[in-house]
Write a protein that binds this ligand. Structure first.
Ligand SMILES: *[C@@H]1O[C@H](CO)[C@@H](O)[C@H](O)[C@H]1NC(C)=O
Ligand SMILES: [Ca+2]
Ligand SMILES: [Ca+2]
Length: 172
């Protein structure tokens, strides 16, 4: 963890987390940007519900990316972690979902309607996964080898699929 040069605020978060969970080990990635603290599950994947639970259990929330500034903070955070420099595809859960009403996406963490228009091409498409599973939860995705448009943009996916995820503390 020390490889990212943790800021004092984050160190406090870390010490609290260490008390809460013995799982805060060197696979985990923490950092603070623009008054948010982040945690990135870069070593394991969970389905959307379990990702929500994982964040809440640690006093954090599944990521919301409500505007350009929040999107760029995430990009900056991942860049600083070194994670993105070695990968051509980056994909992780956000709190955006349309579980409550098909086609109406909300950030579950804040209760706000998703008004930031930051979807990948042709998304959200609510693609049918099987007879009873559509896509109701959104990842943020980056694909280096696709044409422009997959640049940390939202894509709805099946909530039961397992992806990496980012937890955050909300700004004051
Ligand atoms: C992706 O978004 C970032 C941050 O907004 C921007 O700096 C970069 O130029 C974009 N890349 C492409 C290929 O559009
Ligand atoms: Ca849907
Ligand atoms: Ca989709």
């Amino acid at each position: 963890m020390a490889r990212f040069g943790l800021l004092p605020v984050c160190a406090i978060v870390l010490s609290v987390l260490a008390q809460l969970s013995a799982q805060a080990n060197d696979d985990n990635t923490f950092a603070v940007f623009r008054q948010k603290s982040y945690y990135f599950s870069d070593s394991f994947k969970l389905n959307w519900f379990k990702a929500m639970e994982y964040c809440r259990k640690r006093g954090m929330f599944l990521l919301s990316v409500r505007n350009t500034q929040e999107r760029e903070a995430v990009i900056e955070y991942l860049g600083s972690s070194g994670y993105t420099s070695t990968r051509k595809t980056v994909m992780f859960w956000t709190s955006a979902n349309d579980l409550g009403e098909e086609g109406e996406f909300y950030w579950s963490t804040t209760g706000e309607h998703v008004t930031y228009s930051n979807w990948s091409p042709s998304e959200p498409n609510n693609a049918k996964v099987d007879d009873c599973t559509n896509e109701d939860c959104a990842v943020l995705e980056y694909w280096a080898d696709r044409v422009a448009g997959y640049n940390y943009t939202l894509d709805d996916r099946s909530c039961m699929r397992e992806y990496h995820f980012i937890c955050e503390t909300l700004p004051e």
